[in-house]
Design a protein around this ligand. Structure first.
Ligand code: PLP
Length: 385
């Protein structure tokens, strides 16, 4: 089987499994316990936090461990907006891009529904990019937060985060970025990016599902969403997932050391794959920005097919990937991301996303490109009968 669905999740790396195993077995203590087992767990948690902080170029105290990217996004969007409103009731808007993951979009909608915030959706261009002018046109002094993702999960477009964050700061508005897809491929230096908050997830880079991180800058106030024993400096109560934190920090450290080589190699393979698909299916439409895109993602619409049918055919041919709307579980509605890029609903239904880990080989992608030609041909033939 050729696995081309790494943007959905990745297998756990052996080094990661080995690093986390002691905290699931011998050193299984609760980090809040005042005995040697608890201390061993607390020490491991502190080391994991420092390792994450090193990659993010921030202080350990600015790292909050969460249950994943979704929780980190929720905590950022709701937590920052609610804390800012508590300090100044005039603050009552949030600005998000039109291509955010539901974890951000639905958090903003929650603020609208339950707390009376207005949501400003910043439009993207045909390649999925947010421009500084588009952001500036929605920014107001009463904007609590801007949240714009680093890299898109469906089409791979990479946003000019540093420029966008600087524009938000001109009006004194904090800037959050969802870096779930960027992690492992793009620099995560929060000072270089100039962001006030950044979320990421372990399972996209070789850690198990159920671990995530939210960076929040310095004294930026955050209203907690989970109340209890005050763990994670009161930002996120609940006994810490020590093994998950160790796993995430190990995976992130490995990925960041390998990142430059991996990004160079994989983006070359991705470009060859894109060229091969466009050569054999000439009317295929590459979605997302042609160059400002994740090294690991190639996404297309195949007019005259349905994305789901192409997926099924590809799986029969031994290639596993996803349709554009993979993140909206169980939904066969056209992807809001593709609609935001200006595609019509019919074309958006024909989307297929191919995404790879750094372990991908040239031979696998050559075989996959041949399978795409066959699968699209078969689906089109069936549609005509
Ligand atoms: N944000 C983006 C851009 C994603 O792609 C995903 C997952 O696909 C998430 C957030 C949610 O992360 P998690 O699966 O860790 O909850």
């Amino acid at each position: 089987m050729i696995f081309l669905d790494a943007a959905a999740t990745t297998p756990v790396r052996r080094e990661v499994l080995e690093a986390m195993w002691p905290y699931l077995s011998g050193d299984f203590g609760n980090p809040s316990s005042h005995h040697s087992l608890g201390e061993a767990a607390a020490t491991a948690l502190a080391a994991a936090r420092s390792a994450v902080a090193k990659v993010l170029n921030c202080r350990a105290g600015e790292v909050t461990f969460t249950s994943g990217g979704t929780e980190a996004d929720n905590l950022a969007v709701k937590g920052i907006a609610l804390a800012r409103q508590a300090a100044d009731p005039a603050v009552n808007r949030v600005a998000i891009s039109g291509v955010e993951h539901p974890a951000v979009e639905e958090s903003a909608r929650y603020l609208e529904r339950v707390h009376g915030f207005a949501v400003d959706v910043i439009p993207v261009d045909g390649d999925g990019l947010v421009t500084v002018d588009a952001l500036k046109s929605v920014l107001r002094p009463e904007t609590a937060l801007v949240s714009i993702m680093y890299a898109n999960n469906e089409v791979g477009t990479v946003q000019p985060v540093a420029e966008l964050a600087a524009a938000a700061h001109e009006l004194g508005v904090p800037f959050h970025t969802d870096a779930v897809q960027a992690a492992g491929w793009l620099p995560l230096d929060v000072k270089g990016l100039g962001v006030d908050a950044l979320s990421m997830s372990g399972h996209k880079l070789g850690a198990p599902k159920g671990s995530g991180v939210l960076f929040t800058k310095g004294r930026l106030r955050l209203e907690p969403l989970v109340h209890g024993g005050g763990q994670e400096r009161g930002r996120r109560s609940g006994t810490e997932n020590v093994a998950g934190a160790v796993a995430l920090s190990t995976a992130l450290t490995l990925a960041s050391a390998e990142q430059d080589d991996a990004a160079l190699r994989v983006s070359g393979l991705r470009d060859r794959f894109i060229a091969a698909v466009l050569a054999t299916v000439p009317d295929a439409v590459l979605t997302g920005h042609p160059t400002k895109r994740l090294p690991s993602v190639a996404s297309f619409c195949f007019p005259g097919t349905s994305g789901e049918s192409v997926l099924l055919e590809l799986e029969r041919l031994g290639v596993v990937c996803s349709s554009g709307s993979a993140c909206a579980a169980g939904s066969d509605a056209p992807s809001p991301v593709l609609l935001a890029l200006g595609l019509d609903a019919e074309t958006a239904q024909t989307a297929v996303r191919f995404s790879v880990t750094s372990a991908i080989t040239p031979a696998e992608l050559e075989q996959a490109a041949e399978a795409v030609e066959t699968a699209v041909g078969r689906v089109r033939k069936l549609a005509q009968t």
